[in-house]
Ligand binder design. Structure first.
Ligand code: ADP
Ligand code: MG
Length: 698
């Protein structure tokens, strides 16, 4: 009989239950202290933990271990070592030491380091992150680790994330103690990332170089039907998709990833998976793993899982919603307004901190979601606009208005009536939904919706945590020493002052409207439309100061990261440009020529039989094909020379701009003619599967 879900859940994770069971009591306690209070772990404790981990892993069939880390490639990295250790008589035993558990030394020279490589040793270190549990994947014990250079510069996403969580913890606890919540000893941020993805047939995928090399289609005309009927969103799952999702859930559950919600998305073949939220660090690791497992399970089902932000032109792309909140070790969600937000001063203060943080660091928030792929979504009226603003909903907006005016807020929750008496009545949510807002308050958390589907959720959370930490730091400074009897009054005053200063970032209207773009400009909000426009903000003086002050990034780390992001942008566009040229020259133009030839043959054949056979329409078609051939060839030539020109640029930022302004425009122009021509070609001459075939026959 197969295992029940509770039995299966977390069966491949070295979680708290396993630790308690496998470790001697004092060792367990020491490890717990390290996990809960960030204390240093002694080597003798590490040795015991390593032995227990190995025994547990070997029992479950593991033969290898790896330090699992997240370099700046955006993917995860692993290097497997087996547990075997030779003993006398040509035999081996399975061994794993505390030293191997806590530290690894992968060669750092082949990972992106943005200039750090030149000045630092090639050697890199991985260091065990005991706050994220180890797990078994494909017979390998995976140990989540941070990755840094010999000099201690972070080369990954986990290190700054942990630093940002610590910064927020420190400042939030300080504020809470001032407010009188002295029983709180730590505060942590929580994240629930909703992940969107596409599933297409593996056979179709393999036939398209664009999907293989770039993850998105660079050519392809729209089918007669797109997503206009809105019949896919929350639609019934097809059996094959349902089977995939079922398998995916099981694989994730075994890894202790609490996959909770699954449904069809707006676009055909698009789906979404949301887990139950977790501590940010674990949620980030889990999301990386989720993306990996999604692809792996897809392969077993004859699918390919596309995580690109925009696999298909004209069809909604994929994003990731970063649900984010802050809670205390005493179990309080600091963004939960409670029954009466107007008198919940602690909530109001944290709310004000988030508003201040997002307004002051909106440019960094934009940077944190910037990528070549995500540029196709942001501002394309399907995802939030590139302008970062906050949606609060009517109730909270009213509460804040009253605080500003100094009037009292009459709080009466409206009951929701659905109109049929058999249906239950429930209290209306404090906020309605607003799908066009990049940063929306959704009842007891904020939802940052600008994230791309393929990217790690680490960076947006690093920015959010650090920016909020800074706002809280300033609040603590102002409230320090206030007479406890006057604390509420002081907090309300501070909230009022903060909202007055930052209310420009609050926008409850339609983010897709053109008027908003104008209004946002008048309000002085950033509108960083593309990645090359956004990235320089990373190293703007105020942003450098922020990160350095809170110990999240050093100046070198910021400079090197900015460079990596620029490089990544340029490389992505370069690969796309080359792939498109290749497809046009080797697949598409030959198909156009072939069809033109056959039309030509048919015209000559008709003429040979009788001069009176009509050939006018065929000749028109031939003319069209011939002129498409010329036009496409010319556009391809232009793309080729502009790409070569962009490649020559030695100034990385100027080069990125050139790729954006010139090369991408060329690609779009080329695609536009090719897609028109595609509509003329008979299916059997098309060199690769069409949108129709990929999206409607899965
Ligand atoms: P929707 O599609 O309506 O946005 P979902 O239920 O799909 O909502 O996703 C909501 C996500 O928010 C889930 O991952 C959920 O676990 C997460 N979430 C709920 N409460 C919190 C919280 N306090 N902190 C972080 N994430 C949360
Ligand atoms: Mg959502």
């Amino acid at each position: 009989m197969s295992k029940s879900i509770p039995e299966m859940y977390g069966s491949l994770v070295f979680n708290d239950t396993v630790m308690r069971h496998k470790l001697p009591k004092d060792i367990y306690k020491a490890l717990r202290k390290t996990i809960d209070n960030n204390t240093h772990l002694e080597l003798d404790v590490a040795n015991e933990v390593a032995t227990a981990m190995k025994e547990w892993a070997v029992d479950l069939g593991a033969t290898h271990f790896t330090h699992w880390f997240q370099p700046m490639t955006g993917f995860t990295a692993e290097k497997h070592d087996s547990f075997i250790s030779p003993i006398e008589g040509g035999k081996v035993i399975m061994e794993f030491s505390g030293k191997e558990l806590v530290k690894g030394e992968p060669d750092a020279s082949s990972f992106p380091s943005g200039g750090l490589r030149a000045t630092f040793e090639a050697r890199g270190y991985t260091a065990w992150d005991p706050t994220s549990p180890a797990f078994i994947k494909d017979g390998t014990l995976c140990i989540p680790t941070a990755f840094c250079s010999y000099a201690g510069e972070a080369l990954d996403k986990k290190t700054p994330l942990l630093r940002s969580m610590e910064a927020l913890n420190k400042e939030a606890v300080k504020v809470l103690h001032i407010l009188g919540d002295t029983d709180v000893t730590s505060v942590c941020t929580t994240v629930g990332p909703e992940q969107e993805y596409f599933l297409i047939d593996k056979e179709d995928f393999k036939k398209r170089k664009d999907l293989v090399f770039t993850g998105r289609t660079l050519l392809g005309a729209m089918p007669p039907k797109g997503q206009e009927m809105e019949d896919h969103y929350f639609g019934i799952l097809k059996p094959r998709v349902a089977a995939y999702m079922h398998d995916l859930d099981e694989e994730l559950w075994k890894l202790g990833i609490p996959a909770k919600t699954k449904h069809n998305e707006v676009a055909p073949c698009q789906h979404e998976l949301a887990p139950i939220f977790n501590t940010t660090n674990v949620a980030v690791d889990n999301n990386q793993l989720t993306m990996e497992i999604m692809k792996k399970v897809a392969d077993k089902h004859g699918y390919v899982c596309l995580l690109h932000e925009k696999p298909f032109e004209g069809i909604n792309g994929s994003g990731k919603h970063n649900n984010w909140s802050v809670s205390t070790d005493t179990g309080i969600n600091l963004l939960d307004p409670g029954k009466n937000p107007a008198t919940n001063t602690r909530f109001l203060l944290f709310l004000a901190a988030v508003i201040k943080a997002v307004d002051e660091y909106a440019d960094l928030m934009r940077v944190s979601v910037a990528s070549a792929g995500n540029d196709h979504r942001l501002g394309a009226n399907e995802a939030p606009p590139a302008i970062i603003s906050i949606f609060l909903g009517d109730e909270l907006t009213n509460v804040l208005d009253c605080i500003i005016k100094g009037s009292s807020f009459d709080h009466e929750k409206e009951m929701m009536s659905i109109g049929a008496t058999v249906l239950p009545h429930f209290v209306k949510d404090t906020t309605d939904r607003n799908r066009t807002s990049p940063f929306a308050f959704t009842g007891n958390k904020f939802e940052f919706r600008s994230l791309g589907s393929s990217a790690s959720v680490a960076t947006p959370n690093i920015v959010l945590n650090t920016a909020v930490a800074e706002a809280l730091r300033q609040f603590a400074e102002k409230l320090e020493g206030t007479d406890p009897a006057k604390m509420d009054e002081a907090v309300l005053g501070l909230v009022r002052e903060t909202i007055l200063a930052h209310k420009r970032v609050i926008f409850n209207g339609n983010g897709y409207a053109d008027e908003w773009v104008k209004e946002a400009e008048a309000r002085g909000l950033y509108n960083l439309k593309s990645t090359p426009e956004a990235l320089p903000a990373f190293k703007a003086e105020k942003n450098m100061e922020l990160f350095i002050k809170h110990g999240v990034f050093s100046e070198t780390e910021i400079v090197s990261r900015t460079e990596i992001l620029f490089e990544n942008y340029v490389k992505t566009l370069h690969i796309e440009a080359l792939t498109l040229q290749d497809m046009v020259h080797k697949d598409f133009l030959p198909a156009v020529m072939k069809y033109a030839d056959s039309v030509c043959d048919s015209i000559s054949a008709k003429k040979a039989i009788s001069a009176s056979l009509p050939t006018g329409e065929a000749e028109k078609l031939l003319e069209k094909l011939a002129s498409y051939y010329e036009e496409i060839s010319k556009q391809a030539e232009k793309l080729e020379s502009d790409t070569a020109e962009a490649e020559k640029d030695t100034d990385l930022e100027a080069q990125a701009m050139k790729y954006h302004d010139v090369v991408m425009a060329d690609m779009e122009a080329l695609r536009a003619v090719a897609d028109e021509a595609e509509l003329l070609l008979p299916d059997e001459l098309l060199p690769y599967p069409t949108y129709e075939k990929m999206l409607f026959y899965v």
